[in-house]
Design a protein around this ligand. Structure first.
Ligand code: AMP
Length: 137
């Protein structure tokens, strides 16, 4: 099936990018909208909608490249930390429906927390939630 998301177009060479890494299965390039210096995206060349639907082998290849870019960010870009994250579906902030992992270098003195609003834990039935996940994993 043909997909026409922006990352498929980058992979096909229809749209340019600042390429960092490429092999048969994985492409990495700078995010066009830098959340920090060196903010990179690692994508699987084959189309999967997001992390939840990508086969293990390709997921591992993408995560391996993300780890290496994170290490380079610390050693060569001067980052002091890195956020590695992937958004799944719109409610989680996914805007490009093609599996990708963000590598976001963090620099001392520029701390920005990734914010989640707390829900009221006391209103949740944690044993029930835990067993729902445990019984279906
Ligand atoms: P997400 O919100 O997790 O789906 O992330 C999608 C990311 O893709 C955003 O951070 C965008 O800035 C980035 N993006 C969109 N178009 C391009 C492009 N042409 N080249 C590089 N990054 C892009």
């Amino acid at each position: 099936m043909k997909h026409d998301d922006v990352f498929c177009k980058i992979i096909n060479g229809e749209i340019p990018c600042h390429k960092i890494y490429e092999d048969d299965d994985v492409l990495a390039f700078l995010d066009i909208s830098q959340l920090s210096k060196g903010h990179a995206l690692v994508v699987s060349k084959k189309h999967y909608d997001n992390f939840l639907s990508v086969p293990h082998e390709e997921m591992h290849k993408v995560m391996d490249v993300a780890q290496r870019i994170g290490q380079v960010s610390i050693k060569f870009l001067g980052a002091s930390g890195v956020n590695i994250l992937t958004n799944c579906y719109e409610s989680a902030g996914q805007t490009v429906m093609h599996f990708h992992v963000h590598v976001i270098p963090r620099y001392s003195g520029e701390e920005k927390v990734i914010e989640f609003k707390n829900v009221n834990t006391e209103e949740l039935n944690l044993p029930s939630i835990a067993s729902t996940i445990k019984n279906n994993i």
